[in-house]
Design a protein around this ligand. Sequence first.
Ligand SMILES: [Zn+2]
Length: 258
Amino acid sequence: MSGSIKLIDVAPTMARVLGVKTPPTDGRAIDLVEGWECDRVVLAIVDSLGYGLYKALELDLPNMRSMASEGVLLKAECVAATTAPAIASILTGLMPKKHGISNTSQASDSEIRSLLEWASSDMIRSAVVMEEEGARTFNGFVTTVMGVSKSLVGRNFDREILERSLEALKTEPRLLVAHFLGIDRIAHDGGGIEEIRGAASEIDGHLGDLAAAAAERTMVAVCGDHPLHAGVLKGVYDSRDVALIFWKKENGRRAASL
Ligand SMILES: [Zn+2]
């Protein structure tokens, strides 16, 4: 493969799958998924899912492992060390210095549009499910915006992200973006690898449910936003790469363990 894959390549890749016009981006569409003939996209951002961390946990992540083996698993270079600028780069295809978003409140004020808004401008039904402050930045541009309260503790937060995402899928969006936070929260709380494994395994179950609920010919993309950036395991598994998985749902078939 020539050149490294970066998180800024995700938005142009999804846009190409959806046939959506994009403004100029810093990233470029990833050719590996060319010809998959998907017409829908589910993008699950798994906070702090570094590539090395994914590899260390993958035996306990049967759904992601199946998606990776049936589809592709890539090592993607992250472009920011914190969540708001990283997600802005994932969704806009722009480097942080171009989108200028370093926190969530700036995201609300930003004039820069993302994959979700590009899709909406092309009359493509889209949905976003994330923490409520972040979700609010999409109000008015995106068909379905569902915010989840930050005050939900522990695994309840990600469980609610799943429930809302399943609800959003019933409206048949062609694009769904969901953001799972459990791994990052545990890292910030000082949790060790076993607690992180627990959170990751729970998210893996949620991804299995999402994949099962997705329509035929949906491309499911799973990506980290940055490597672990807090707690005792910061820098242990990754310095700059996150996991990026692409999988296609087809023929009513579920990945082996889904
Ligand atoms: Zn994050």
